[in-house]
Design a protein around this ligand. Structure first.
Ligand SMILES: NC(=O)C1=CN([C@@H]2O[C@H](COP(=O)(O)OP(=O)(O)OC[C@H]3O[C@@H](n4cnc5c(N)ncnc54)[C@H](OP(=O)(O)O)[C@@H]3O)[C@@H](O)[C@H]2O)C=CC1
Ligand SMILES: O=C(O)C1=N[C@H](C(=O)O)C[C@H](O)C1
Length: 259
């Protein structure tokens, strides 16, 4: 199998460390360099050079793929620069807005190269979202409760937003709850997107969890996924790296590449 040369941005992070392990343990993956915000020019784990300047990294190491696991602001910049340098991005970083996706999709198409932005790489989470979309046909009243560790920067989570988008595809906009309901504490009903309420819980001890709660006449349905560690995301990262080499457009969401 042909070697895929990979650069990882955010290698010291919770996800970045797992991704470095994945790349080092996968026979047809080669770690070409890492992009960090410190230690420019140092050897990362005695193996590859650390760059703080992504453009210099891409120019000097000519990787095939960038895996970005940083922060929302940094992730957007890295993804754009990668595409401009002909490097295929696989982005786990969350917090991208619709207009960011549009701009990046246009750029990927102009360059004729693949890009994958996946709010959740865990296969179970992707199934949870697909099942939620199926259920929304029969249960249009739904609320999303996403629960994460307390170091998370963005709320709601990328998975929460993606779930709402997938439910919206079949259900459309719908006002839920009492038409005259009023919050006596601001935020009590969570965030609302097209009538879908998303509640974000942040607590130490949690990793990444989500429950999609449907209500109908005299019944409820709960669809829940739990990631207990970051290894749960790695098979999705591997699949994304392999797939991004074969496509020539931007794909948003792993559900679009798994059979
Ligand atoms: N798609 C998915 O399945 C998943 C996505 N995520 C997402 O991945 C992202 C990372 O999550 P997580 O690993 O938990 O976060 P961490 O905070 O643990 O890791 C982020 C890393 O990025 C580094 N960083 C910050 N700025 C830069 C920069 N300019 N260049 C390079 N590196 C930089 C940080 O360094 P420092 O700490 O020094 O600031 C840190 O090491 C988040 O957006 C999260 O939502 C998380 C889990 C699964
Ligand atoms: O920050 C995290 O941890 C996670 N972020 C992603 C998200 O925002 O959905 C994926 C997963 O939930 C873990």
């Amino acid at each position: 199998m042909e070697q895929i040369k990979i650069v990882i941005a955010g290698p010291r992070g919770r996800m970045g460390q797992e991704a470095v392990k994945l790349v080092n343990e996968t026979e047809h993956f080669t770690l070409s360099a890492v992009i960090d915000k410190i230690n420019d020019g140092e050897w990362f784990q005695d193996q590859v050079r650390t760059y703080t300047n992504p453009e210099q990294c891409f120019a000097e190491t000519s990787p095939d793929v960038l895996i970005d696991l940083t922060t929302p602001e940094v992730g957007k910049i890295h993804t754009k620069l990668a595409l401009e340098h002909g490097v295929r991005p696989v982005v786990g970083t969350t917090g991208f807005q619709e207009e960011d996706l549009q701009e990046l999709r246009k750029l990927a198409e102009e360059k004729g190269i693949g890009a994958i932005i996946a709010p959740n790489f865990a296969i179970g989470a992707v199934l949870m979202m697909k099942f939620a979309k199926m259920a929304a046909r029969y249960f249009p009243d739904v609320e999303i409760i996403e629960m994460h560790h307390d170091k998370k920067l963005d709320a709601p989570s990328g998975t929460g937003i993606k779930t709402a988008e997938m439910i919206y595809e079949v259900r459309g906009n719908k006002k839920q709850g009492h038409p005259e309901e009023k919050e006596t504490i601001k935020g009590a009903r969570g965030g609302e997107w097209n009538g879908i309420h998303i509640h974000s819980v942040r607590l130490p001890g949690l990793v990444a969890h989500q429950e999609v709660l449907f209500g109908g006449d005299g019944q409820t349905l709960k669809i829940r996924h739990d990631s207990y560690n970051r290894a749960s995301f790695m098979s999705g990262v591997k699949l994304s790296v392999e797939t991004v080499m074969k496509i020539d457009t931007l794909v948003y969401g792993l559900e679009n590449i798994i059979e």
